[in-house]
Ligand binder design. Sequence first.
Ligand SMILES: Cc1cc2nc3c(=O)[nH]c(=O)nc-3n(C[C@H](O)[C@H](O)[C@H](O)COP(=O)(O)OP(=O)(O)OC[C@H]3O[C@@H](n4cnc5c(N)ncnc54)[C@H](O)[C@@H]3O)c2cc1C
Length: 435
Amino acid sequence: MHTIHIEKTARVADKYDVVVCGGGPAGFIAAVAAARLGASTALIERYGFLGGMATAGLIAPLSVFTYNGEKVIGGLPWDFVERLVGMGGGLVEEPLGNIAFDPELYKLCVQRMVQEAGVKVFAHSYISGCRQEGNEITHVIMENKSGTEALEGRMFVDCTGDADLAHMAGVPMQPQNGEPLQPASLIFVLSGVDTDSPLISQAMHHNRQGVNCHCLPIREALLARQQELGLPEFGGPWFCTLLHDGTVAVNMTRVAADACDNRNFAAAEMHLREDAFRMAQILKEHFPEFRHSYISATAVQAGPRETRRILGAHTITAAEYLNAVRYEDSVSRGAHPIDIHVANGPSQGCHFLEKPAYVPYRALYAHNFPNLLVGGRCISADRQAFASLRVQASCMGTGQAAGVAAAQCVQSGKTVLQADTAMLMATLRQWGAVI
Ligand SMILES: Cc1cc2nc3c(=O)[nH]c(=O)nc-3n(C[C@H](O)[C@H](O)[C@H](O)COP(=O)(O)OP(=O)(O)OC[C@H]3O[C@@H](n4cnc5c(N)ncnc54)[C@H](O)[C@@H]3O)c2cc1C
């Protein structure tokens, strides 16, 4: 392969105190947090709606806000949950603290929250690069139908899930140490399901503490006949309510894939779509609860469980995480099991925590990058700690911390390394974060 050199001129569309990249669970919370503190805030998202893997990936439920009934993720993320529930789009699965949701109402709820907070949303805009002076980012570059545009910013928050901005800025990433990435899955929605049947009505509510919520009877039946049925690689299956009778989101397909490798991921998605239809047919033919079911939707994109994470000022280790080490700069929590799906095959390591864990502020930035924070799936954690922190409530928690820190750094004129962590923690506590 050879390369060519291109030069482009980008129109500077506007200037903001804080530019948040990626409008998923971490990003929309980060943007609302920064705006609430008075920072002029932009949010850039490649799709025409917000919510990230919750809405584009149809990944349900939102895990987990409580641990043994004790709230661990509070503040803006919980405000969002309450508002979604109030709109009829969310259901708190007691006692576990998973949130079942309607993806369409989720999109609407997020949109209202960011607009009310005064966040400027740049939708249908793909982040393709950045301009830097040394390691300081001055502009983020995005491509959309209006052409190549730049947004100038004082602080940047990378919530792209894949650490796209950090990668483009030259931030070092966590080593993979030869271990395969966790697999990707394409979620599909089945309608016409007998959701009143005892088997499905129980399986689709993920509310049992200390238990993997997959549908064990169907899993065992499928494993026993996998070859005979021509059933592709599968996980779970997890059936997830979308709050409408007769409909469940099915988390079952899986393939080893790297979402940061364009050709690899595109091919994996085609493979997964074939698998989804094969699986739907097998469920329909062999389980009476699915006799009248059909695929009514597949997710906009396959969900990658694992991609790039930054090598931050501090990397949360499994030992710290499992021992619930409380840091002097703790800014968020994690309560989900350490949940590692094998790349090829149906198995999954699911290690339940004995205590909810903590996340230090130092895991949200890298040394020598003075105006860049990260939130969500790309924070600095080793593979085990990450396998718990990757879930959506934890991503919202780190998004909230990154958004507050970004706004406070703008106000104080400090770099992310110099941030006043006492003030950051005080604001988070005042908002209801349990740190
Ligand atoms: C199969 C599967 C099952 C899962 N199960 C659960 C579960 O049961 N419970 C749970 O809570 N979590 C689950 N997760 C994990 C969870 O969904 C994600 O880890 C979480 O959504 C990450 O949030 P985030 O905000 O960091 O990133 P994302 O949700 O990935 O959001 C990133 C956003 O950035 C945008 N973006 C990315 N790159 C660019 C770019 N270059 N330009 C512009 N925009 C960009 C994306 O479009 C997206 O909106 C699961 C994940 C998978 C894949």
